[in-house]
Design a protein around this ligand. Structure first.
Ligand code: C5P
Length: 310
């Protein structure tokens, strides 16, 4: 009898920026307690999973050469985590990543791929698993993976994996500046610990005003409140980011911030038209590798051309 091979399943997944990122002190498990406001952007990756005799990961697009395709690829870890959860040993799956999100860019691209893989596999393997159950598996893969499942705008606490949705009334328009090379997230956290031991770098305040600005929907109000404790550490490791941040504001953005652990810089603009103008001017300023426009918030990992998860 011929085995029935299920058709491949494709999922689109957003990147994220942190509108607010407050980092607590180093915990005994090597992580830091965070309070962060995640915001999902229309800059996306697409992940296709297919039954295959030769399991593995293929990567195309933005930064394809910099992505490991072995056992520590986050998408492959997602395959293994979900397979273990449902008692499948030796999952015969091929994962194809089409990248738009910069690699090691502070926009949770690897986490997005893991989240998309979890969702795609529920389709391929016909699993009756909802988003909340997937989020528990996601949190074990990486701190940013649960947010990529839900998208939107959310307050994250703990390592960043405990999420509560935040009301956001407006579509915000962003320009993203990709740097020449990525930055390692653990390295940036370690640099922040070092800066804090050596002195007393200022810390961002409460997230509450950011949440209020999101509810009001006024980009000018939000622009005044963007803040990231990791920015000083990213700039310390990559001093050129100071110039990039200045250039975005000089080009007409309302404000700029390093996204997560960087080095991508995100610039908030007053509207879509302004974002296009800022992007064009920033692209000509010679301060970054590539410029993109994006808007947010957008939904989390979603089947392309199919139904939705519970
Ligand atoms: O959870 P994830 O694997 O994405 O984290 C990557 C690294 O970033 C961790 O190993 C840790 O060094 C750092 N990190 C942290 N505190 C967090 C999240 C990440 O120190 N809340």
């Amino acid at each position: 009898m011929l085995a029935v091979v299920p058709p491949p399943v494709t999922v689109r997944v957003p990147s994220k920026i942190n509108l607010h990122l407050s980092v607590g002190d180093l915990r005994s498990d090597g992580y830091h307690d965070l309070t962060t406001v995640f915001h999902a952007l229309s800059l996306t990756d697409e992940v296709t999973v297919a039954a295959a005799e030769e399991p593995g990961v293929e990567v195309y697009g933005e930064g394809e050469d910099a992505v490991p395709t072995g056992a520590n690829n986050l998408a492959w870890r997602a395959v293994q985590a979900l397979a273990a959860h449902v008692g499948k040993d030796d999952p015969k799956v091929r994962v194809v990543l089409r990248k738009g999100i910069p690699v090691a860019g502070g926009m949770a691209g690897g986490s997005a791929d893991a989240a998309a893989t979890l969702v795609a596999l529920t389709g391929l393997w016909k699993l009756d698993i909802g988003r909340d159950e997937l989020a528990e598996i996601a949190a074990k893969i990486g701190s940013d993976v649960p947010f990529a499942l839900y998208g939107g705008t959310a307050l994250g606490t703990g390592r960043g994996e405990q999420l509560v949705p935040v009301l956001s009334r407006h579509t915000f328009h962003w320009v993203l500046a990709f740097d020449q090379r990525g930055l390692s997230t653990p390295r940036v956290f370690t640099e922040l610990d070092r800066l804090r031991e050596a002195g007393n770098p200022p810390r961002v305040g409460s997230h509450a005003p950011v949440v209020e600005a999101l509810a009001s929907g006024d980009p000018r109000q939000l622009a005044l409140l963007l803040g990231n404790d990791l920015q000083a550490a990213a700039v310390s490791l990559r001093p050129g980011l100071r110039r990039t941040l200045r250039a975005g504001v000089n080009a007409g953005a309302l404000a700029g911030t390093v996204s997560g652990s960087g080095p991508t810089c995100a610039f908030l603009c007053v509207d879509a038209e302004s974002a296009l103008e800022v992007a064009a001017e920033l692209a000509g300023a010679g301060v970054c590798r590539t410029v993109r426009v994006a808007h947010g918030p957008v939904p989390g990992a979603r089947f392309v051309g199919g139904e939705d998860l519970n």
